[in-house]
Write a protein that binds this ligand. Structure first.
Ligand code: COA
Length: 331
């Protein structure tokens, strides 16, 4: 019988510095009321440690995860890092994180699927466990969004924050674990959410820097519509094919991009909001960090056997949902 992969530990890392809505009022023409009502965000964390990048946040989460789960760094076979803000265009963050966390027997690679990156990485990591190729896999989501945000653009700078989360995957001994995923993609969506320069299409020049083309560009209203549709469709699909209903689904764990998107998706799925994990008010959209940071925040409320659906939408466009039967009591 196929052995499932189960999450057996979670850890998060958030920078200490807090950027509140009232501080943003001093940078751009916005106000606390608009940000709260249109997005649900009250504050976000910003990485200001000199010399630190996304891999340092990821390495902090990984070191904490190893300690918390009593795992030796030498036991890790594979580390996957989801990120759109790797320290460098190459090499990857995963191997840098392994180096910084003292993991020496593993191979690693990054996955770039924007805000769906953690979910795609989780399923990828699970396949390495299911196949028997790996025994212990760490999946990290780490993004230093403030490094690619234009703090003169009010349409994007209020939305994002920095942070990282990591989970340990091991073979499940019972029927718990990662059970099913449904993913979708639509490359035509790149028009609505991208970074204009810095890649091979438009390498950095004085002109691209002067034109502020190395920041997140987003047409929010269009992204909003696609996000609701993509997340609602994939959550519906995964619920149907696993006989999940609003009655037997314990938690929805949504990507935290906008509280109004989360409300719409929950309502379309028929799931009451008290069973939807939310921390967007504290951290904003941390891209690859949102899902592991939600699981980390709610870990003490999770019980073995709980049915969870993780659901995400991101640039690409990319989207999807994953059904997990939770493997341990969190408290
Ligand atoms: N403060 C005040 N006003 C703002 C503002 C801000 N920070 N940002 C935009 N506005 C203004 C706009 O300029 C516009 O003004 P106008 O009507 O005079 O032109 C008005 O608010 C409405 O703009 P709109 O873009 O239609 O707002 P919205 O209700 O769609 O909210 C987002 C904007 C970005 C919050 C929302 O579209 C969103 O969350 N989109 C999806 C984001 C997402 O999921 N991204 C990541 C995918 S992972």
């Amino acid at each position: 019988m196929l052995k499932r992969a189960a999450i057996t530990g979670i850890m998060g890392y958030l920078p200490d510095d807090v950027l509140t809505n009232s501080e943003l009022e001093k940078l751009v023409d916005t106000n606390d009321e608009w940000i709260r009502t249109r997005t649900g965000i009250e504050e976000r964390r910003i990485l200001r440690k000199k010399g630190w990048a996304s891999s340092d946040m990821g390495a902090e989460a990984v070191r904490g995860l190893l300690k918390k789960t009593g795992t030796s760094p030498d036991e890790i076979d594979l580390l996957i890092c989801a990120t759109v803000t790797a320290d460098l265009i190459f090499p990857d963050n995963a191997n840098t994180i392994c180096d910084k966390a003292g993991i020496h027997n593993a191979f690693g690679f990054d996955i770039n699927a924007a805000c769906s990156g953690f979910l795609y990485s989780l399923t990828t990591g699970a396949k390495f466990i299911e196949s028997g190729m790996c025994k212990k896999v760490i999946v990290v989501g780490a993004d230093f969004m403030s490094s690619i945000i234009d703090y003169t653009d009010r349409a994007t700078c209020v939305l994002f924050g920095d942070g990282a989360g990591a989970v340990l995957l091991e073979q499940s001994e019972d029927d718990t674990g990662i059970i099913d995923s449904s993913f979708g993609g639509d490359g035509s969506g790149r028009a609505f959410l991208h970074m204009k320069a810095g890649g091979s299409l438009r390498p950095a020049t004085v002109e691209t820097v002067m034109n502020r083309e190395h920041f997140v560009y987003q047409e929010g209203r269009s992204v909003f519509k696609y996000a609701v549709r993509g997340m609602a469709e994939s959550i519906g699909l995964v619920m149907n094919r696993n006989n999940l209903t609003a009655d037997n689904l314990n938690w929805v764990v949504p990507h935290q991009a906008n509280l109004r998107i989360i409300n719409s998706v929950a309502s379309l799925a028929g799931v009451p909001m008290d069973r939807v994990m939310i921390n967007i008010h504290k951290y904003g959209n941390t891209t690859s960090g949102t899902l592991p940071l939600c699981l980390w925040d709610y870990e003490s409320q999770l019980k073995k056997g709980d049915n969870l659906i993780l659901v995400a939408f991101g640039g690409g466009f990319t989207w999807g949902a994953t059904y997990i039967k939770w493997a341990y009591n969190g408290s």
